[in-house]
Ligand binder design. Structure first.
Ligand SMILES: Nc1ncnc2c1ncn2[C@@H]1O[C@H](COP(=O)(O)OP(=O)(O)OP(=O)(O)O)[C@@H](O)[C@H]1O
Ligand SMILES: Cc1ncc(COP(=O)(O)O)c(N)n1
Length: 270
């Protein structure tokens, strides 16, 4: 049976990030994608023009509908908007025992718009983080979640370990924002047992809208198919690098990555 996976996040009308990126990614990786819309955003490659949180009841009902019918193999979360919405998502994840759980602790969009209220970060850190089988912060998010300032590789590793101390089972600390390394895009993957550095060429392109969403969806899909976490993370990084390298010129700002290059050939498309 095809693995069934859920994204709990915000939409991106521009199609490059959020739930749209997640569902495109799931489809390309041959898992059946479902969604819980926490907020609708009016958004394009130039920025976020509006955020419209869904009513709490609508979020709860979507999760009930999915729990009532599907065999869920993995779940990811993205933009969760505020403390109240984080709380009801946490409640459902506990109630339905949705694991493995990949938490992309989305805080601020590339253009600077807040995707979660700053006062909700405490709730995210205290209640959602401890449920995460993997959490995928970028550098600024890792600083907030660990309470540490990050300059060096050893800071990165230390911050990831601190996030594990706070309850996450594994951390992928993404280096897309690491301006100090102009040639390589390096991510630090830390579990209780080991630290692994994942490296790829840094691609010189403005078209990186939705890279974090796409990476966490790739990992969720690969994990749902029964691969182990480290293999899932490695595969995801390789695929994403290719999709960034061939990012199309779509829109007038930070364009999306080439989701169609993530396709897994299962022999059925020929
Ligand atoms: N220019 C680039 N070239 C190659 N890889 C990149 C580039 N920018 C980001 N990445 C990789 O993309 C993934 C996402 O990293 P990034 O730090 O951009 O996440 P993010 O900020 O959460 O993304 P988003 O902007 O979607 O929220 C990481 O694996 C990172 O190394
Ligand atoms: C709904 C939604 N979720 C997540 C992101 C983060 O992606 P990025 O930082 O690439 O804009 C986004 N822009 N919109």
């Amino acid at each position: 049976m095809r693995p069934q996976v859920i994204t709990i996040a915000g939409t991106d009308s521009g199609g490059g990030a959020g739930i749209q990126a997640d569902l495109k990614t799931f489809e390309e990786r041959n898992v059946f994608g479902m969604s819980v819309v926490v907020a609708v955003t009016a958004q394009n490659t130039k920025g976020v023009q509006g955020v419209y949180p869904m009513p709490l009841e609508a979020i709860t009902r979507q999760m009930e509908s999915l729990a009532d019918d599907f065999t869920v193999s993995a779940v990811k979360t993205g933009m969760l908007v505020d403390a109240q919405r984080i709380e009801i998502v946490v409640h459902a994840i506990r109630r339905y025992d949705w694991h493995p759980l990949v938490v992309d602790p989305v805080m601020v969009a590339k253009g600077g718009a807040y995707l979660v209220a700053p006062e909700a970060i405490e709730t995210l850190s205290r209640k959602l983080l401890p449920l995460a089988d993997l959490i995928t912060p970028n550098t600024p998010e890792a600083e907030v979640l660990s309470g540490l300032v990050i300059h060096s590789d050893s800071d990165r590793e230390l911050a990831a370990k601190q996030i594990i101390k706070r309850g996450a089972k594994a951390v992928l600390l993404k280096g897309g924002h690491d301006e100090a390394n102009p040639e390589r895009a390096r991510d630090c993957f830390v579990t209780k047992k080991r630290t692994v550095w994942l490296e790829a060429d840094r691609i010189h392109t403005p078209h990186t809208h939705g890279t974090g969403c796409t990476l966490s969806s790739l990992i969720t899909a690969e994990w749902a198919k029964g691969n182990d976490l480290e293999t899932s993370v490695r595969t995801a990084k390789e695929l994403l690098t290719r999709a960034i390298a061939q990012a199309p010129e779509i829109g007038h700002g930070h364009g999306p990555v080439a989701h169609w290059l993530l396709r897994e050939d299962d022999g059925k498309n020929e």
